[in-house]
Design a protein around this ligand. Structure first.
Ligand code: KG4
Ligand code: ZN
Length: 348
């Protein structure tokens, strides 16, 4: 099935054409980072307006790069949530309009479901698997039994890992989003220079907490102002990164032990992080666990990833009705319950 996928949940307007939920024919991502940088974070109203301006050109470019017209499309996968309501509405309305005008089905997909299945665009992973999703809004451990069958094993009780990176980058005077800058500087720093707290490391749960770490970084910077670039800055970044990655890896190891998982997927924007990739590779090698982390260009927000679950749902007759709305908050575990979508729509 040839699908158009559309993503507008936060600050990237993205569209892709994907064959059979596996082969990317084209993928276009228009980032709003430069627009939001001046405000130190994503401004929801500005994000919605920017999506409105770019959604049609981005879709057209994806079709053009795929060398097809809309008449070749057989279905649409679009992010339904979670995310910024106004931003989600833009992509969701575009999907509904194309679905209605072209008489092709569409399905609303959970944004994190997209991240989870991004590795499938390179090499499908056998079920069941354990997944660590680390992004700007999520830090979750899931047990994945199949498409739409997710159990949350642990989650952040406050900030997400990406949020902690971006907030600490801001404290250090870096532009938004600073996650990748901390990562780059950390590679030249000493991870043992400052001993930052490892929150919830030994609480016995699979939950995460990063707000205390952020406070510790702020207190350190207030007492020891750093200029960037500098060796002290590199050491600060390396020490912060070590604390984050240590906690992420330890909780993932505990989840592997608890579930007996033999496969691990690490996905989401923070999965680009060099320290995390290295630590997860070492961990999986030690435990004999098969590790799948997508290439960095598939870790961050993109539309192609949505086509993986989208293709599965549409080809199994799960189609969203025109009356369906976006949802700013959406629990992954709720997808296991019967969905409001129409079942039995004959597509194949
Ligand atoms: O998945 P994503 O693109 O968007 C959300 O769904 O949130 O993730 C964005 C997050 C941002 O917080 C960004 O700073 C972080 O991923 N990020 C990184 C790196 N690259 C992106 N964090 C740490 N190291 C990186 N190399
Ligand atoms: Zn994302």
């Amino acid at each position: 099935m040839l699908l158009l996928a559309i993503e507008t949940s936060c600050d990237e307007t993205a569209a892709a054409v994907v064959q059979d939920g596996r082969k990317i024919i084209s993928s276009v991502i228009s980032s709003q980072i430069a627009i939001h940088a001046a405000y130190g974070g994503v401004v929801p109203e500005i994000a919605s307006r920017a999506h409105l301006q770019s959604v049609a050109p981005v879709i057209n470019q994806a079709l053009q790069e795929a060398g097809i017209g809309m008449d070749a499309l057989e279905g649409i996968a679009v992010t339904r949530g979670p995310g910024l309501s106004g931003a989600l509405l833009v992509g969701f309305s575009a999907a509904k309009a194309i679905s209605f005008a072209r008489k092709i089905p569409f399905v609303g997909v959970h944004h994190i479901e997209g991240h989870l299945f991004a590795p499938f665009l390179e090499q499908p992973v056998a079920f069941p698997f354990l997944a660590l999703v680390v992004s700007g809004g999520h830090t979750h451990l899931y047990h994945v039994e199949g498409f739409g069958r997710y159990t949350t094993l642990g989650r952040t009780i406050d900030d997400a890992a990406g949020e902690a990176y971006d907030k600490c980058a801001k404290i250090m005077g870096m532009p938004y989003p600073g996650g990748h800058i901390i990562d780059r500087m950390a590679q030249n720093g000493n991870p043992d220079a400052i001993r930052f707290p490892r929150p919830l490391l030994r609480d016995g749960s699979l939950n995460f907490s990063f707000s205390g770490l952020k406070t510790a970084v702020m207190q350190h910077v207030m007492k020891n102002p750093v200029s960037i670039p500098s060796q002290a800055g590199d050491d600060l970044c390396a020490s912060f990164q070590d604390a984050v990655c240590h906690v992420l890896a330890s909780k993932t190891e505990a989840a592997i032990m608890q579930t007996g998982a033999t496969r691990l997927v690490v996905a989401g924007g923070v999965a680009c992080n060099s320290g995390l990739r290295l630590r997860m590779s070492k961990l999986c090698m030690q435990l004999g666990v098969e590790l799948s982390i997508p290439n960095p260009d598939l870790c961050g927000d993109n539309a192609a990833m949505l086509a993986v679950p989208g293709d599965y749902y549409l080809s199994h007759g799960i189609v969203s009705p025109q009356s369906l709305d976006v949802t700013a908050t959406w629990d992954m575990d709720s997808l296991t319950a019967p969905r409001p979508e129409v079942r039995g729509f004959p597509i194949r």
